[in-house]
Write a protein that binds this ligand. Sequence first.
Ligand SMILES: Cc1cn([C@H]2C[C@H](O)[C@@H](COP(=O)(O)OP(=O)(O)O[C@H]3O[C@@H](C)C(=O)[C@@H](O)[C@H]3O)O2)c(=O)[nH]c1=O
Length: 187
Amino acid sequence: MKAPLHETLLDQTLREAVQDKATVSAEGRSLGRLTHGVSVRFLKTHTDERGTVTELYDPRWGFHPEPLVFSYTFTIRPGVVKGWNLHRRHEDRYAILQGRMALVLFDPRPDSPTCGEVCRIVLSEHERCLVNVPINVWHADHNIGSSDVVIVNFPTIQYDHAAPDKWRLPLDTPLIPYRFPEGTTGG
Ligand SMILES: Cc1cn([C@H]2C[C@H](O)[C@@H](COP(=O)(O)OP(=O)(O)O[C@H]3O[C@@H](C)C(=O)[C@@H](O)[C@H]3O)O2)c(=O)[nH]c1=O
């Protein structure tokens, strides 16, 4: 677009600029649309001069309808991605303990209102939370911090060592419209 004769520097720069879109509510919550069926519960950390206490999961919260049946912890090294993964018979329920992780979700479910959408949720030890990953939703856990991510998972079924409920796609699959930074390793 040609600049008018007496356009100011302000006009010229603003003509090329892009205005921010709303990303958080006045209460500080993300306005991004969550993948259908995903819930996020913030976990309060109680701190005193001796250290901290954070409750990770309490069925009395009513966070998820399935009972507590199994739990394990996993870690991810800085810069590494674990994924793409999908579970056909269970949901993951992550509580982050340490580090910073982008949980990237891609919804392939034909009947879901968020079918075809990508959702990226940043989890951090500085604002710990519990988040569930619904059945049949592709997910990739990307350590975007500089130290190991530590997650406690409370999946809705026990691990089946003989026939794990886990399907994988390569990180660079063209079937999922999301790209990790060049050189990202994982799987
Ligand atoms: C999940 C799991 C794995 N294992 C074993 C199987 C395998 O030899 C080794 C590593 O397993 P995986 O490759 O599945 O672990 P990992 O790739 O770390 O996957 C885990 O991390 C994140 C990304 C998830 O989405 C979880 O659902 C879980 O699958 O641990 C168990 O013995 N019990 C378990 O509950």
